[in-house]
Design a protein around this ligand. Structure first.
Ligand code: DAH
Length: 488
């Protein structure tokens, strides 16, 4: 699961971080515009190559790893297309956080600095999320945001409202399957209170408590077995009193429980209306959610919220009490509050019954015409086209190989190659075999690629040609040696 930069994912990800030469990367699949001119004594010296994103030129360097199929997603802004399921989902969640307390920011640029995306949030320098195997770098200082939290510090600094919601496209190098896509959407929420302003009304804790008591009850079944903070597992911050942290945490949790009640109540109603009651999670039982302790560099205490849906506990969002270092560096040291981040695709897939994350990117009218602004409806699959499985097995170059030395190979590199070659014609890619030769120490990998279009039946020739291109890129860019199916 990659929605959250939590401790659990940190552990899972840290074993897989690696990287490979950015020079090769830049040569291979990076789209860039060279402004190099012929050099003569009367002309300026050649300027470095740049890449153009959202109308601006950025120099590229050995960190650049941005393929064209990713940069071409920037203008799509799916969360702003009024009748798109992601926009309908966004509006539904926004309705739980009304103005003027909450301001919405829905058009912030995805091109952010490493400082905004990681440093400003307290990410340690060796956090695996920073690695080029996980993040798209425009150059060594600029990335495509990997989460909407990248805008927290700036939005706190702007100080135009007590609360905000930021919805946006986010970018991560990742696996290929029906619930992972390298571009997805998140919503960030935050709410702050000023100690000074609350003084006259008995202090922040009292003011928040009163707000919580004034909020309506909901009918969902909440499991929250842990204390509001815990010295070792989920600590109180030194800047906060226990009452403050308790009050902020209680407000946060109740607001998010109301979001779940609203969203899943609607999902059940849509499922029932479509007649798929039992299979689709519509039932008379109250909804169940549970709070799980978590870790994020920018909140403490922190939690994840999980919802019980069709027999499984699903991780929905991460949240917590904002680390005081953030408002402090944003020039509002007097304020304390909460923040959360939720993945919109995950919610929309449940809400509309959308089975494959690629569908969100479809321009097929049979998909787009099914949805209307402000309406939750069940997605009706227009047909199921046949899958086409192809395996590719290859030796990685050994360090002594004449192919130019060892290039560390990351599973995400394979994902990127396949995405770049086959785009949305690939449904999933799995590593099905890994083998190290006992004598030579050379490593062999075998991936199974499932080619399947959501819109039509693929032709044999077409799939074979895609598969051949994948093999060619492996050989030419990674010095791999493709193995025959039945032998060495
Ligand atoms: N940015 C986190 C992620 O993408 C999600 C998140 C967790 C956002 C906790 C928050 C938060 O604002 O408080 O994994």
């Amino acid at each position: 699961m990659r929605l959250l930069f939590s401790s659990r994912n940190l552990l899972a990800a840290s074993g897989t971080s690696g990287g490979f030469s950015g020079v090769i990367r830049a040569r291979g699949i990076t789209q860039f515009r060279s402004r190099r001119r012929k050099y003569s004594t009367t002309e300026e010296p050649p300027s470095p190559p740049t890449t153009k994103l959202e109308g601006r030129h950025y120099p590229i360097d050995e960190w650049t790893n941005l393929p064209s199929h990713i940069s071409s997603a920037l203008p799509r802004k799916l969360h702003l297309q009024p009748s798109h399921p992601l926009s309908i989902t966004r509006r539904l969640i926004e309705s739980r956080f009304p103005g003027p307390t909450y301001q919405y920011h829905n058009d912030l640029s995805p091109v952010v600095s490493v400082h905004q995306n990681f440093d400003s949030l307290g990410f340690p320098i060796d956090h695996p999320g920073r690695s080029r195997t996980d993040t798209y770098y425009v150059n060594k200082d600029i990335v495509l945001r990997t989460h909407t939290s990248a805008h927290q510090a700036d939005t706190f600094r702007s100080g135009t409202s007590d609360g905000f919601l930021i919805s946006a496209d986010v970018y991560r190098r990742d696996a290929i399957d029906r619930s992972h896509y390298p571009v997805f959407h998140q919503m960030e929420g935050a709410r702050m209170w000023s100690r000074e302003e609350c003084k006259a009304r008995g202090g922040i804790a009292a003011v928040i408590k009163e707000e919580v008591e004034g909020m309506p009850k909901h009918e969902i079944n909440v499991e929250d077995p842990n204390p509001p903070f815990h010295e070792k597992r989920n600590p109180l911050q030194v800047e906060h009193t226990p009452e403050e942290a308790r009050a902020v945490g209680a407000h946060l949790k109740l607001c998010l429980e109301h979001v779940v009640a609203e969203v899943f109540g609607q999902a059940r109603a849509a499922a029932a209306a479509a007649g798929g009651a039992s299979a689709e999670g519509a039932s008379e039982e109250p909804l169940r959610v549970r709070w799980v302790e978590a870790y994020f560099p920018f909140t403490s205490p922190s939690w994840e919220l999980e919802v019980y849906w069709q027999g499984n506990w699903l991780e929905l969002l991460g949240c917590g009490v904002v680390q005081q270092s953030l408002p402090k560096s944003a020039g509002i040291p007097d304020k304390i509050g909460w923040a959360f981040g939720v993945g919109l695709e995950r919610v929309a897939m449940l809400l509309f019954g959308i089975p494959d994350i690629r569908l969100f990117w479809s321009l097929d009218q049979r998909f787009l015409e099914q949805f209307k602004e402000g309406e939750i409806s069940r997605f009706v699959p227009f047909s199921k086209f046949p899958p086409c499985y192809k395996d590719v097995a290859f030796w990685l170059p050994s360090s002594s190989s004449a192919a130019g030395g060892q290039i560390p190979f990351h599973e995400n590199d394979m994902m990127e190659i396949v995405r770049n070659v086959a785009g949305d014609l690939v449904e999933d890619v799995k590593l099905i075999d890994e083998f190290t030769h006992p004598k030579t120490g050379r490593k062999s990998l075998c991936f199974r690629i499932n080619y399947r279009s959501l819109e039509r039946t693929l032709k044999n020739d077409e799939v074979n040609s895609l598969q051949q291109t994948v093999q060619r890129v492996l050989v030419e860019e990674f010095g791999a040696e493709v193995r025959e199916r039945n032998g060495k």
